[in-house]
Design a protein around this ligand. Structure first.
Ligand SMILES: Nc1ncnc2c1ncn2[C@@H]1O[C@H](COP(=O)(O)OP(=O)(O)O)[C@@H](O)[C@H]1O
Ligand SMILES: [Mg+2]
Length: 308
């Protein structure tokens, strides 16, 4: 895949003196879904605001489809739709007028058929004549998405699209994002919900304290940083771990009924065969066994913790 966005050596120091971003380098591929995952205050909104050209960088540059986002602002802005974190809508406009007006701002010819389909896709069409103040929070969020898509951008930024949204709407939102992506739209979303990144992203960037700690495909991230656990249920309680097992990364549960063996998913050998033999030799017999893999959440917590 080709990078459609290139962020180079980007830093941001706000006027208050606060350093919100430090030396961010990032390439975003055409057609992918990238999740920027990080705790509150990590710098996610700052980063996408700079990419979208609404906050200026202190250092570094951003190009979008080859255009510099400062010098080529008109070109880059047209390619981008941004759904902001905060609900920023008037009260008395109708849904239709809001979205239609937004399209006009980008100098696009009116296209009622496109807007109609867009509102239908967002389950908003039957509300097209409603005033915004009449809508629920979830619907307002959909209007923001419709606005961001009104000028048919090829890249969509969603800043915390599901913060404060109920589970049902969150699932709807994920479906919508994946449908948009299938139609060719590159998606960048920020989130502090690990579940969200795990569910929909192709790649995940982890950002904390203004630094991009890593960017990797979700699968590789899980594989490289992931540990697997083999959980062994014993037939009889063991009161201690025999010395013959001291070479293994083993943990005995408090009730003595369960052993947890941790191994890397990257290693050539898991050591499981040898472990089972050693257990046998130590006179421990098994009732059952199963494995579990560490989630993105464990990986995330470990990374962010190791940084502070
Ligand atoms: N306009 C601003 N002036 C000064 N500091 C700001 C401004 N906007 C954000 N910050 C600070 O920059 C840091 C990153 O903020 P933000 O990008 O909003 O993080 P996130 O979106 O990950 O929660 C935070 O410490 C925040 O308080
Ligand atoms: Mg934010």
């Amino acid at each position: 895949m080709q990078p459609i966005i290139k962020v180079s050596q980007l830093s941001k120091i706000y006027q208050s003196g606060h350093k919100a971003l430090e030396d961010i380098n990032l390439e975003i591929n055409d057609g992918e879904i990238l999740a920027l995952l990080g705790p509150n205050g990590a710098g996610k909104t700052t980063l996408i605001s700079i990419i979208c050209g609404i906050v200026s960088a202190s250092e570094g540059s951003v190009t979008i489809a080859g255009y510099d986002n400062v010098e080529g602002y008109r070109q880059t802005r047209e390619l981008i739709g941004l759904v902001p974190q905060e609900l920023t809508l008037g009260a008395f406009d109708t849904v239709w007028n809001t979205v239609n007006f937004s399209r006009g701002l980008f100098g696009k010819k009116p296209d009622p058929a496109y807007l109609e389909q867009l509102l239908k896709d967002l389950s908003l069409f039957d509300k097209k004549d409603s005033e915004l103040r009449e809508l629920s929070g979830g619907m307002k969020r959909r209007v923001l998405i419709a606005k961001a898509l009104s000028h048919e951008p090829s890249i969509l930024f969603l800043d915390e699209p599901t913060a404060g949204v109920d589970v049902e709407l969150r699932k709807d939102m994920w479906k919508l994002v994946s449908r948009l992506n299938q139609s060719g739209v590159t998606i960048i979303l920020t989130t502090h919900y690990i579940e969200e990144a795990e569910e929909i992203a192709d790649r995940v960037g982890i950002i904390s304290g203004g630094e991009l700690l890593l960017v990797d495909s979700k699968r590789d991230l899980m594989r490289d940083l992931g540990k697997k656990h083999l959980i062994l249920d014993l037939k009889q309680a063991a009161s201690y771990l025999p010395d013959s097992l001291s070479d293994y990364d083993l943990l005995l549960s408090e009730d003595g009924m369960q052993l947890t063996y941790t191994y890397s998913t990257q290693a050539d050998r898991t050591g499981i065969t040898a472990l089972l033999q050693s257990l046998n030799g130590a006179g421990l017999s098994l009732k059952d066994l199963h494995t579990s893999q560490s989630s993105l959440e464990e990986i995330f917590v470990k990374l962010v913790r190791s940084k502070v």
